[in-house]
Design a protein around this ligand. Structure first.
Ligand SMILES: CC(C)(COP(=O)(O)OP(=O)(O)OC[C@H]1O[C@@H](n2cnc3c(N)ncnc32)[C@H](O)[C@@H]1OP(=O)(O)O)[C@@H](O)C(=O)NCCC(=O)NCCS
Length: 176
């Protein structure tokens, strides 16, 4: 556990699942923000449906295929970073896909950076390459990843289609 300023970074526990799902639901209120860098389902899911879709990803922690860290402020879960193996038991099982998110009310105070650093540190025994896609409009995320050592590999047009408009993504990677 890492206490920095007014927030705490710690490993994800299965008990956090409902609060992580609630955090993800809050991103649906930001769909019109061009910098909201998550690919969202077309229709806002129910909490139950979202929870179901997360269970397998987080249950994978027990098998060592997912490393996840969460951030808390005064006991409230406000951010998460997950690095998970997209292709277990394959010739690409050394690759971790990174996903990071902080609730909009808690951004800009270093929580995203602290989450990514913690998850990377804990991933070193499991992965040798971490990759992620970042919307080119997502300045905060690109800056955060570059600060954490990620390199830019290139860009992919039309990776996200939101409100009828295509968005370009950067592919970023970190060799561990
Ligand atoms: C990307 C995200 C996780 C960053 O979280 P955060 O807690 O605000 O990050 P930090 O406070 O650690 O800031 C990281 C860097 O981005 C910069 N930054 C923060 N918000 C910014 C903004 N709106 N515009 C430009 N830069 C910004 C910060 O200044 C900081 O750089 P610095 O240390 O050089 O000052 C957060 O914005 C988020 O959850 N966005 C929605 C989900 C998302 O897009 N996830 C990324 C998917 S790859």
């Amino acid at each position: 556990m890492q206490q920095t300023g007014d927030y705490t970074i710690r490993p994800f526990k299965l008990d956090d699942l409902v609060n992580v799902a609630r955090l993800y639901l809050s991103f649906y209120d930001e769909r019109n923000n061009v910098a909201m860098g998550k690919g969202l389902a077309r229709k806002r899911p129910s909490l139950g449906a979202l929870l179901q879709s997360f269970v397998w990803r987080y249950a994978d922690e027990e098998k060592g295929n997912t490393i996840a860290s969460v951030a808390e402020v005064n006991g409230k879960l406000v951010g998460e970073c997950m690095i998970s193996c997209a292709w277990p038991n394959s010739e690409m099982d050394h690759i971790g896909e990174l996903d990071v998110a902080v609730h909009r009310d808690y951004r800009g105070r270093g929580i995203g950076t602290a989450l990514v650093r913690d998850a990377i540190k804990r991933s070193k025994k499991r992965f040798t390459l971490i990759q992620t896609y970042v919307m080119t409009s997502n300045t905060a995320s690109k800056k955060l990843l570059e600060k954490s050592g990620f390199k830019l590999s290139g860009s992919i047009p039309r990776r996200l289609r939101r409100n009828g408009k295509y968005h370009k993504d950067y592919l970023m990677y970190l060799e561990l």
